[in-house]
Design a protein around this ligand. Structure first.
Ligand code: SAH
Length: 392
């Protein structure tokens, strides 16, 4: 195994079990280490600290195992079994719920790997060259997990791998084949299309927040902005909303929302879906038309360089909602940008509240659900932030 030697004093973060080695911490490396290769990381005195996947970029090694142990032959099997045990422990595998995230990168000690489960299909996303090269081993480990009942493994990494690595990943089944599935989330049905949908086909990370929204929905006029597959809309309808309007700029998303609403509430005339830009739509509605508004936009700041504009975007969006919502209304507002901390997000929303002149109170502070765990040594893993606000 090739070796990467750290500069003196650069071992601290690894000793605290942070799973990334930045390129600036490297003193020397063996020659010709290939992207995705498994390497040993040693300190300046030559003591082995960890084993991980090498890649070219600012994060140079993603750690798979700490200490001087080597990786066992059945490494993926062990880690994925461990991940499955957690999902069982948090009671996600039930007759009324068959979709969940099985592997959440660093949060499951599998940096660079995401696996979402929809019924008997696993959708695998590699975020690192190492995970890309190991995809067949990962697929084998998935189908041999006892109890998980996985029969098909679909690999979908065309947008997640570093572009410069030139890996040209092909989205395809590694094992089995089954196009699309009817998934159950908390007893509600959703058509999942991993072939054409965004990410792995569905935003599983909003599951618990949708359940909370359901409890706020009774008798309310609900506006679900950035609805994508209509997750929040379907929960609002089950919660007894008077009316639900779903908005997304993508007409494909509007079709998906309409299909999911009809699947659960056929011929229900409380729902309408509109393909429109969110900012424009909020500008054009009347004041007081809605008393429950969901703002779940795509990441406005995908990189640190976009942070300033991203925060301006969150402020503008929330301001528009505060200007239009009825007195006594509730706003569910989110940011899924990893570089936006919860303090930054709260400040952007606070600024919007101050500009609107409305009295705003925080009822709940939301985050990602337990199948998107955060390794305590890797705070960067906390990406989803939400606030439930009462607006007077
Ligand atoms: N709330 C959804 C996930 C939202 S993903 C859920 O629970 O599943 C973000 C969505 O925002 C995407 O569907 C994308 O098409 C939509 N979108 C992006 N920019 C938009 C804009 N300016 N106006 C309206 N929708 C937009």
């Amino acid at each position: 195994m090739k070796t990467i030697t750290l500069k003196p004093g650069k071992e601290e973060s690894l000793l605290r079990r942070h799973p990334w080695v930045f390129s600036g911490a490297i003193g020397r490396s063996d020659e010709d280490i290939a992207e995705g290769e498994i390497v040993a990381v040693v300190d300046a005195k030559g003591r082995k600290l960890a084993t991980g996947h090498f890649q070219i970029g600012s994060i140079a090694v993603r750690i798979l195992e700490f200490g001087d142990k080597s990786l066992p032959e059945n490494f993926y099997q062990q880690r994925l079994e461990n991940a499955f045990v957690l999902r069982k422990a948090i009671n996600l595998i039930r007759p009324d719920n068959n979709c969940y995230r099985l592997a959440h990168g660093e949060g499951d000690f599998l940096p660079g790997l995401v696996v979402d489960i929809y019924g008997d299909t696993a959708v695998v996303q590699a975020h690192s060259p190492g995970m890309h090269y190991d995809r067949l081993k990962i697929a084998d480990a998935l189908i041999s997990l006892p109890e998980a009942g996985i029969r098909n493994v679909y690999y979908k990494s065309d947008t997640t791998l570093p572009f410069k690595a030139n890996l040209d990943p092909v989205n395809d089944y590694i094992i089995g084949k089954y196009d699309g599935c009817l998934a159950l989330e908390n007893g509600l049905q959703f058509n999942i299309d991993w072939l054409k949908g965004q990410k792995t086909g569905f935003f599983i990370d909003q599951r618990e927040n949708r359940l909370l929204l359901e409890k706020f929905s009774k008798g309310r006029d609900v506006l679900n902005m950035f609805c994508y597959t209509g997750g929040f809309s379907v929960y609002a309808l089950r919660g007894g909303a008077k009316r639900v309007v779903s908005v997304d700029s993508s007409s494909k998303a509007i079709e998906l929302t309409e299909a999911n609403v009809s699947l659960n509430f056929p011929d229900d005339n409380r729902h309408a879906a509109i393909a429109e830009d969110a900012f424009k739509y909020l500008d054009n509605i009347k004041k007081d038309e809605f008393d429950l508004i969901i703002l779940d936009p795509p990441a406005f700041a995908k990189h640190r360089s976009a942070l300033k504009n991203g925060l301006i975007g969150y402020r503008r969006l929330n301001l528009k909602a505060f200007e239009k919502i009825k007195k006594g209304g509730v706003v569910f507002t989110f940011s899924c940008s990893q570089v936006v901390t919860k303090e930054m997000f709260r400040l952007a929303v606070f600024t919007a509240a101050a500009q609107s002149g409305r009295k705003v109170r925080i009822l709940h502070q939301l985050t990602q659900p337990a199948d998107h765990p955060i390794d305590i040594a890797h705070p960067e893993g906390e990406y989803l932030k939400g606030l439930v606000l009462y607006v007077e």
